[in-house]
Design a protein around this ligand. Structure first.
Ligand code: ZN
Length: 150
């Protein structure tokens, strides 16, 4: 099996059996985004615990194989990670999709999205869930955590 075939299998598996699909009760953030060029829609739910870790991440939505697989892989990848590490993952993923070098140790299954760089229109599909994550994390930072409010 070539690396390309292996990557395609990973993507198909996540698209057909999405992990963490569903609504999250009592989320710390809830971000809805769509990608009009393809018709992908996603609502990302995340719960961040007191230690600043992503305790849960789930998603709802409909879209193409790439967008759904990316959402499934992303929610798997960030769960249990401190926000700072989730941010590193996000940056590494975006760097990979804009033609930069990839970091397999950090990206795990997400490395399989590397081939999307050959299809610029699909990069938006592959980054939709990550853009939602980015917005969600920005919102958490603005809130300033559970204490220190004026
Ligand atoms: Zn799409």
């Amino acid at each position: 099996m070539s690396l390309g075939e292996l990557y395609r299998e990973i993507i198909m598996d996540h698209a057909q059996n999405p992990r963490n699909r569903g609504k999250l009760a009592d989320p710390s953030f809830q971000i809805g985004l769509n990608n009009p060029t393809c018709g992908d829609e996603i609502i990302l739910y995340g719960r961040v615990d007191k230690e600043g870790r992503v305790a849960e991440a789930t998603f709802e939505g409909n879209g193409c194989t790439i967008s759904m697989a990316a959402a499934s892989m992303m929610t798997e990848a960030v769960r249990g990670k401190p926000l700072t590490e989730a941010k590193n993952l996000l940056e590494a993923y975006k760097a990979m999709l804009t033609g930069g070098s990839s970091e397999p140790d950090l990206l795990g299954d997400l490395e399989s999205m590397k081939g999307v760089t050959q299809f610029p229109m699909r990069v938006k599909c592959a980054t939709l869930a990550f853009n939602a994550l980015e917005k969600g994390m920005e919102g958490i930072e603005k809130k300033g955590g559970s204490h220190g409010k004026a």
